[in-house]
Ligand binder design. Sequence first.
Ligand code: NAP
Ligand code: GLV
Length: 318
Amino acid sequence: MPEKVLVTREIPDAGLRVLEPFDVTVLHERPPERGELLEAVRGVSGILSTATEKVDSEVMDTAGESLKVVANMAVGYDNVEVEAAEERDVLVTNTPGVLDETTADVAFMLLLAAARRLGEGERLLRAGRWEWWGPKQLMGQDVWGKKLGIVGFGRIGQSVARRARGFGMEILYHNRSRKPEAEAEFGARRMDLEGLLETADFISIHTPLTDETHHLIGVPELEKMKPEAVLVNTSRGPVVDEAALADALAKKRIFAAGLDVYENEPEVDPKLLELENVVLAPHIGSASVETRERMAVLAAENIAAVLSGDEPKTPVGG
Ligand code: NAP
Ligand code: GLV
């Protein structure tokens, strides 16, 4: 009897093809309700989850002793209780490395759009309110030659630095550990968070969501930024205090923000929705055809490896 695998969302076919040797159930295009998820995991050996499902001890216990692997189709795995998995000898995997460039594209897209007021301009035009070219109309911030502060200088942070160098930007970074190779490659300068916030013209967040990074950017941090600063967040919503950011943007404490992630997705602080100086994307960092296919295949390969008695390609913490 083939082992049972639950795929919690509809994923690209290439991922499902890898899982053909198993007895696979695919749930929906939409995220499953909690009850549906608990019902569907009973007796499975592998769960291919996404960032929208909380995979905690209750889910693992409901799956039962058959469960061997949780493969998250995301590089971030704050939705999976890794300690609970370790206690139950369940392997957890994620999808690092296959989405760096695609996510960095979105970070840079948000940076440019927020700096040059693209959303505001498009809304004006579409509403039929664009009456003339104006010498003082929609003046934004230059990107070329400015200072970019990258918070979390890992895979995606460094891919953003690569783009920024093409725009003649100076790279500052704040990271838990020093990154000498990246310093050499990008001419990057390591700073403490406070110094970076005070110095950078653009700040882009790329840490994982952990207990240490929850509300890493809140009222005191926003107050340290320059009035012309642009903040970009493509990491996880709770790394930034969303209400504090909305307040800072409303008061023009900082110039603008570009966001791909939110504290309570898919809800967005209603104050942000009213503001002109924020560009809002619906968590599309890795959403290209090629990258979503790579993520699905890697997650599926991790499940196939574990269920065949092999080492997974990308275990969490590995
Ligand atoms: P990564 O390579 O692990 O880089 C994360 C970096 O953050 C590491 O260099 C790490 O430092 C640093 N860091 C961790 N905790 C820190 C702290 N408290 N203070 C300062 N630096 C800290 O991860 P990645 O692949 O670049 O992905 C980063 C995150 O992006 C993911 O966890 C995910 O949440 C998010 N993401 C979002 C999307 C999207 O669709 N918007 C797409 C992909 C990823 P060390 O090197 O010292 O460990
Ligand atoms: C997406 O948000 C990811 O973490 O891969």
